[in-house]
Design a protein around this ligand. Structure first.
Ligand SMILES: [Zn+2]
Length: 304
């Protein structure tokens, strides 16, 4: 089965979504040419294909889960699927953009979250929604420049899916030592800012790195990718307590997809038990027709 046949193009969601959408009010002063932005890729809603049911979504923190979802649900600008190898080589930032695209295609622009007030006497639960489109980031350069001293610049490769896999395999030791080793794999070049002087990466690295360099590298990576470790400022409406909330967008999106899967499996069970159709046949029904049969089954049960 070809990818084109597998993915129905009329239900594909561009990421970032076009600014000029029929469901969106047009900003009056904005000239037409600014209303469009080229898509990075297209996403298919989770649950439209029977293969979606085979994906293991139980470990939202496992990079394999994200790679499987992206490979199954994303197409490039020419509507060609990506290989797993390509997706592993994407920066963590680009992988998250892909997952946001699948989230938007699968459950719409809003991600519902629940936080708990950090005031011990309050602990009020706060429900709020994040708009996925607020996290669009099209700056997906693979290398960034980082100035570690007055005279030295470092060219840093952004961490990617392969790095995540390798870091997971590293034996847990002291976190600073681990970060040294991790960061050393990201340095691709040293440049002197002094005219005529060249720099080379010393053989003794990363053990002899100055601590200040390590801190600068860590801060540069954080500044460049603020979504992977996103922090939100919240205020509790009960006690007016202001607090910070760390939000792991990747696992929240995967958990939403898990909810879609649970509901879909319940629907398949109900329809299959009554009509004896296969999973694939039931998944190929439009959501409206699937709902029609479910209503019919439930109505018949009530009147039986
Ligand atoms: Zn509170």
């Amino acid at each position: 089965m070809t990818a084109q046949a597998r993915h129905c193009s009329d239900t594909l969601q561009a990421w970032p979504p076009p600014l000029a959408r029929p469901d969106r009010a047009q900003p009056e002063e904005q000239p037409d040419e600014q209303l469009d932005r080229p898509p990075l890729y297209y996403a298919c809603a989770y649950g439209q294909h029977v293969e979606d049911l085979s994906l293991d979504l139980n470990n939202a923190h496992c990079p394999q889960t994200t790679t499987d979802l992206l490979q199954n649900g994303l197409l490039d600008k020419d509507l060609t699927p990506y290989t797993k190898q390509t997706i592993w080589s994407w920066s963590i930032k680009k992988r998250l953009q892909g997952l946001l695209a699948i989230g938007l295609a699968s459950f719409g622009e809003h991600l519902s979250l629940i936080a708990q007030c950090t005031d011990k006497t309050c602990q009020q639960k706060l429900e709020f929604k994040l708009n996925l489109e607020n996290f669009i980031d099209t700056d997906l350069a693979e290398y960034i420049q980082c100035s570690v001293s007055d005279t030295t610049d470092i060219k840093l490769r952004l961490p990617n899916g392969n790095d995540q896999r390798q870091w997971l395999e590293m034996a847990p030791g002291n976190s600073e030592g681990m970060f040294r080793t991790m960061a050393s794999t990201l340095i691709s070049d040293l440049e002197s800012t002094e005219p005529g002087k060249t720099e080379a990466i010393p053989d003794t690295w990363p053990d002899t790195w100055p601590d200040t360099w390590l801190e600068t590298i860590s801060n540069t990576l954080d500044q460049h990718d603020q979504l992977t470790s996103l922090e939100l400022s919240l205020s509790c409406p009960e006690c007016n307590n202001h607090f910070q909330l760390e939000v792991d967008l990747e696992s929240h999106i995967i958990n939403e997809l898990k909810k879609i899967r649970k509901k879909l499996l319940e629907h398949i069970h109900l329809i299959a038990s009554n009509y004896h159709w296969t999973e694939e046949q039931i998944i190929q029904l439009t959501p409206q027709r699937r709902q029609y049969y479910i209503n019919k089954i439930l109505d018949d049960e009530v009147f039986a």
